[in-house]
Write a protein that binds this ligand. Structure first.
Ligand code: G3P
Ligand code: CA
Length: 309
């Protein structure tokens, strides 16, 4: 069952994103992965704004928590890959062992929002973006609201729980404060939650959240979620699955199995830097959307998304 061939069930399962779907009945959904991250530094306002300009239906934010409990947009649980934290706070590193080597890391949760605002999150990507800051989730919401949907990922909730934070509660409070906590609350800003943590999604449900939710599935032991039993279990707390695209390529039948139990299928991640053996990322995305029948996908290259009438 593909959204390009609508059935009553597919209409029902996408009801929560109906305002966007109304632009083109049952059309495929484009999610900008960390924003338009092929062209601007990931999870920054320039990347989010460019994603909107390039026609994204949803803009993804990966969420972390600062020492003073602020939700910020960053993929990694540490700051050193995408900021100049090593230069600004050279004495605040933690030394860890990784692959037999000693590495220095700067965990987000050990820095306040004020400290994080001193970091440059743009020049690692390109000098043109020097001075770009890590946005709070609130800043991201303000930048995206009314122009596209929000697709926040609850990253590493178990890590933050060890530091005394309940990420689910912070996400829920923020959604409520912004009046985005109910399906259809803002027709121009649908919200879909995602996580690799089933527990995090279940906790969101326990808080009363009725928004659509995507259970992410990575390679390895999480593959068990894609069995008929696993999919039925996901259906009890989420509305869709979000598998690593290679899991779908190896087992294309998972799309029909998920649809059969009423789950959407959203594949990750499609990027021009690695088009998975296809001539280019547009051809790769077209294969997954129109041959394999996925409903939506995450891409670093929103401008390459192959829309079809
Ligand atoms: O959230 C979908 C996809 O982004 C998951 O992978 O590591 O890029 O967050 P990652
Ligand atoms: Ca993500």
């Amino acid at each position: 069952m593909s959204l390009s061939h609508p059935t009553r069930r597919s209409v029902v399962r996408w009801a929560a994103v109906a305002p966007l779907m109304a632009r083109g009945a049952q059309r495929k959904i484009l999610i900008a992965h960390r924003g338009a991250s092929a062209y601007a530094p990931e999870n920054t306002l320039p990347a989010y704004r460019l994603a909107i300009e390039q026609g994204a239906d949803f803009v993804e934010q990966d969420l972390q928590i600062t020492r003073d409990g602020v939700l910020v947009c960053l993929h990694d649980v540490t700051l050193e890959r995408t900021t100049d934290v090593a230069r600004v706070f050279p004495d605040r590193a933690r030394t860890e062992s990784a692959g037999g080597q000693s590495v220095r890391r700067w965990p987000v949760v050990e820095f306040t929002m004020e400290e994080i605002q001193r970091l440059d999150a743009g020049s690692w990507f390109d000098e043109r973006f020097r001075g770009t800051r890590i946005p709070s989730w609130q800043q991201a919401i303000d930048a995206i609201r009314g122009k596209a949907g929000l697709y926040p990922e609850l990253k590493a909730p178990e890590l933050y729980e060890r530091h005394g934070f309940r990420m689910e509660e912070l996400v829920w409070e923020t959604l409520r404060r912004n009046r985005l906590h109910e399906p259809g609350a803002d027709p121009k800003t649908p919200v879909i939650l995602q996580s690799f943590s089933a527990e995090a999604l279940k906790r969101m449900r326990a808080l009363g959240c009725k928004l659509p939710m995507t259970m992410l599935v990575r390679r390895g032991e999480q593959r068990r979620w894609l069995t008929p039993e696993g999919l039925r279990e996901i259906k009890s707390f989420a509305t869709g699955i979000g598998p690593d695209k290679t899991l779908i390529r190896e087992d294309p039948g998972v799309v029909a199995r998920a649809h059969e139990v009423g789950l959407t299928v959203t594949a990750y991640t499609f990027r021009s830097a690695d088009p998975g053996g296809f001539p280019d990322v547009r051809a790769e995305m077209a294969h997954y959307l129109y041959k394999l029948g996925v409903d939506a996908l995450f891409t670093d290259n929103p401008d390459q998304f192959p829309r079809r009438p």
